[in-house]
Write a protein that binds this ligand. Sequence first.
Ligand code: AMP
Ligand code: MG
Length: 319
Amino acid sequence: MSSLTPEPVTLARHAMATRFEIVLHGANPVSLRAAGEEALNEVDRIEALLSVYRPTSEIAHVNARAARKPVRVSPEVFTLLERARDLSVATGGAFDITIAPLVRCWGFMGGTGAMPDPQAVAEARAKVGMHHVELDRRNFSVRFARNGVMLDLGAIGKGHAIEGAVELLRDAGVTSALLHGGTSTVHALGRQPDGEPWKIALERPPNSPESAAELLASIPLTDEAMSVSAVWGRSFENDGRRYGHVIDPRSGLPTEAALLCALVLPSATETDALSTALLTLGSTGVETIRALRPTARCLVVAGGSTVPQITSHGIDCQP
Ligand code: AMP
Ligand code: MG
């Protein structure tokens, strides 16, 4: 412990339309900084592979061509697509990277959302579902079974980037660090220099009763990731109702099953994908997640305009 410097090294970078930050503790600030820069470069590299907003990304390439012919992707992207498919199956389709036509229809693709025409929702919904995506491992190729299918890795990409960055930090010998992307996915590497777990503060959703404490929970993490998904992340109001950017692929409508949820697991890729699934499933999703990953800790705040209902497993909440 005595070899650890008291002053941490901190780095930040804008990527994936948000701010990534890393705090690193260790004996050698120069090598910590180098490791941190390399980790942030990894985030940039993964954004360039996955972003639907970059015409040169592998995913944009797939979206533009896979309805006409099989499109080859890198083994890394192929493996991530397989992982996304498996998580989609495991969540009964609550998490689904083919959500893009619905995200666009609800005005959330690069925008802050708007009420769509019901007919447009029905049309978009028909293009959503992993059964429209054929993954061929022999050729590392992707093919869409119909026109109009489009992938959006917005609910898993940040987690994958953080997982990749954490691997580089570990390889560089870093034993104590905290890395987050836009505060929605965080990974705690090791413990704080004083031996305590890292602690992440989780705020209540904005419509909570005034009597409630502002802090919902303080969540200890050691070699674990946590993701938070929320209706408020990106949303709009219409006729007194709030519509958020997480859409239930089964109904085609923004989820109303929960307002906020948090999930802790060793893998940031999984916490990212599964916290989005949990927001779609609501409190009943806690059992789905526990059946899938028995060690998961999670929290769901549901309740719309009434008193928020909190369902939690392994996370202590403030009253
Ligand atoms: P997150 O903030 O990780 O919960 O991801 C939300 C983003 O994922 C949205 O802005 C959409 O781009 C996309 N998305 C929305 N609904 C879903 C869903 N049910 N499954 C997968 N991705 C989704
Ligand atoms: Mg997510």
